[in-house]
Ligand binder design. Structure first.
Ligand code: UDP
Ligand code: MG
Length: 142
């Protein structure tokens, strides 16, 4: 089964919306292989978003991602990556489709509640950024 990484960002955790967002993710058929709560340093946030380090929004993004606790989640489902991007909607909540997580919960293009991997290869790499192999436990009751 395909893997993708979600991160509930500091705006989500700070506004006590973890449950609401996790509810959407579970209702969409994802199995949560692992999740944890972390406070990213500026260094770690910058490393995670290194692909964007030349972009004008990078400094503010790193500040935001290290401003409070995050909840990275290793998720699996058939077509996990593309379906998750549909579930969360466009980067800017004002442009996100009705019924998407970002449209319903996010306040701005930066403070957009949740990260989702953008390719199958990045899904695996990004899960490896936060989780070790032994933390990725299959639910044997499923
Ligand atoms: N971002 C921002 N301003 C922009 C574009 C992106 O603050 O103009 C932030 C936003 O939090 C976004 C993250 O940087 O989620 C990574 O950007 P990307 O283009 O990868 O968007 P995503 O894949 O998260 O939709
Ligand atoms: Mg992205």
């Amino acid at each position: 089964m395909e893997l993708t990484l979600a991160i509930l960002k500091p705006d989500c955790v700070g506004a006590n919306k973890i449950g609401k967002v996790v509810e959407r993710i579970e209702a969409a058929g994802y199995q949560i292989l692992s999740m944890k709560m972390v406070r990213l340093t500026k260094e770690t946030a910058g490393e995670f978003y290194a692909v964007h380090n030349e972009r004008p929004f990078f400094t503010d993004l790193v500040q935001f991602m290290s401003s409070g606790k995050c909840v990275p989640m290793a998720l699996t489902k058939k077509n996990a990556v593309a379906d998750f991007r549909k579930l969360i909607g466009a980067t800017d909540p004002a442009e996100a489709d009705q019924g998407t997580i970002r449209r319903d919960f996010a306040e701005s293009k930066q403070n957009n509640i949740v990260h989702g991997s953008d390719s199958v290869a990045n899904g695996k790499l990004e899960i490896g950024f936060f989780f070790s192999e032994k933390e990725l436990v299959e639910n044997n009751l499923a």
